[in-house]
Design a protein around this ligand. Structure first.
Ligand code: F0G
Length: 473
């Protein structure tokens, strides 16, 4: 072939489309005011390109849609449940599966069950316990704290430095992990969470070598490891690209290797498993049988009977197919290159970003808007300006999301002020990416006149979802 563009053409055909509407800047100013300067509170028909999240917002495949028709809606022991647990065994090697309505549905089962087990066996008080992660996703952190256990992140030192390029910025700092376990005391650590890819650090991957070392350390201290694996396929894709040993392995082979290094996995299936709704909790074997049983009981209370969790039969069939479809290497490559294209386009404008990772571009709003202090939320101010300029919706991953200390009410320190532009799978085309870059050229021109924001209403927990703000003039 003679001619190749500087991007990968989309490796799929689009057969079902959803209309979107462009609005004027004047209209968007009004919508933003009505939404209390919080893009979370905008109606989707007021948004032209929606990059709030890649969770349940991407395209589904023909094979997934048709699988829904096979749904067995029996209340217990349905064929669709067995189909789903067969796929989980085949891909991940985990023997027991509980479907849930989404990722946090799995968290509300395993978090209390593991903390209860620790309390039961050690006789220690949960208020003294600390769970550890490379970086807790906010709902995982929320569930842990809600169960009166503290959280600690031990990310690699370069994780949040946008000037450093490194293959596995999602890794645990192994020394910090070992030190933390010793300091807290191993019996005060109810679990370790390996988050792949590491969402909060900018969708950065974790190497198999790092996962293996974490697991060896955890086994030495008798601490269970939970894989928080919303973006398991993307992590495997980066491992294949960057960890020499695995260069010739398939995505499925790398995935099954990665999952040897945990005891339980908790998955938001709305990401790499491509479904609009769904989650999974799975156990590698019977070594944590008491936890498994408690999760089943909690599932009946909170999600539904353990052979359907929060899902209808058709949705379990769709998920069983989506787990395989999400590992399609051409599709993984396509999305990663969309993110690389976007990041390099923004950097060419002089806008600093976290190195391209999976699922999103993370813009260093702190660097672009140095005149806005962290307590006036530069990432959020940038998000509002981007919406005003072009109708594009992103999400702040910074001090606003980080929140306050529950006891003192003080703002928690935040390692970076990012604006995340999450890329729904197979949803936007090359022209959209050029449009986003053009919008940023305009935003950059206005940068020095963008002002920070202050609360008019500040919810106590997970405040970024429902907060209302106004310009801090
Ligand atoms: N863990 C990780 C790493 C996640 O990214 C998410 C969700 C969850 C757990 C919770 O799963 O939403 O299905 O209940 N992340 C979404 C995001 C919301 O936008 O990154 P859920």
């Amino acid at each position: 072939m003679d001619y190749l563009p500087n991007y990968l053409p989309e490796p799929y055909r689009i057969r079902v489309v959803e209309p979107v509407k462009r609005t004027t800047e004047q209209e968007r100013e009004k919508y933003l005011l009505e939404a209390g300067y919080n893009p979370f509170l905008l109606d989707s028909d007021k948004v032209y390109i929606d990059l709030l999240t890649d969770s349940g917002t991407g395209s589904v495949t023909q094979a997934m849609q048709s699988a829904m028709l096979r749904g067995d809606e029996a209340y217990s022991g349905s064929r669709s449940y067995h189909e789903l647990s067969r796929a989980v065994k085949d891909i991940f090697g985990y023997q027991f599966t509980i479907p849930t309505h989404q990722g946090r549905g799995a968290e509300q089962l395993y978090v209390p069950a593991l903390i209860n087990k620790r309390e039961r066996e050690s006789g220690l008080d949960r208020d003294k316990m600390t769970a550890i992660s490379n970086y807790f996703f906010d709902t995982t952190q929320g569930h842990t704290q809600h169960n009166r256990c503290r959280v600690l992140n031990v990310s690699t030192p370069e994780a949040f430095n946008t000037e450093v390029v490194s293959d596995f910025k999602g890794n645990f700092d192994l020394e910090a992990l070992a030190l933390a376990i010793e300091e807290v005391g191993p019996s005060n650590v109810p679990y370790i969470v390996s988050t792949i890819t590491c969402n909060s650090a900018g969708g950065q991957p974790v190497s198999i070598a790092n996962l293996r070392s974490v697991y060896e350390l955890a086994q030495y201290y008798g601490i269970p490891v939970v894989m928080d694996c919303a973006r398991f396929a993307e992590n495997a894709y980066f491992v294949k690209q960057r960890e020499k040993e695995f260069a010739n392995w398939s995505i499925q082979e790398i995935t099954s290797e990665a999952f040897k290094y945990a005891d339980i996995f908790s998955m938001s299936a709305k990401k790499d498993a491509l479904v609009p709704i769904g989650g999974l909790l799975a156990f590698k074997d019977d070594s944590l049988l008491d936890v498994q049983l408690e999760c089943k009981t909690l599932c009946v209370l909170l999600e539904g009977f353990p052979t359907y969790g929060g899902l209808e039969g058709g949705a379990m069939e769709r998920l069983a197919v989506g787990l395989y479809e999400g590992m399609n290497e051409d599709w993984l490559a396509s999305r990663v290159q969309q993110i690389e294209y976007l990041v390099s386009g923004l950097e060419a404008l002089g806008i600093r970003c976290q190195q391209a990772g999976g699922h999103a571009a993370f813009i260093d709003a702190g660097a672009l808007l140095p005149h806005i202090p962290s307590w006036q939320f530069p990432g959020h101010a940038l998000s509002c300006e981007l919406y005003k300029v072009a109708g594009i919706r992103g999400a702040e991953i910074g001090s606003l999301l980080q929140g306050c200390d529950m006891e003192t009410g003080e703002q928690l320190p935040c390692p970076a002020e990012f604006l995340r532009l999450a890329i729904p799978r197979a949803t936007y085309t090359q022209a959209h990416f050029d449009f986003i870059i053009a919008a940023f050229a305009e935003v950059k021109k206005r940068a020095s006149s963008i002002v920070g924001l202050k609360f008019t209403y500040e919810p106590k927990v997970l405040r970024h979802f429902n907060a209302k703000l106004e310009p801090a003039l």
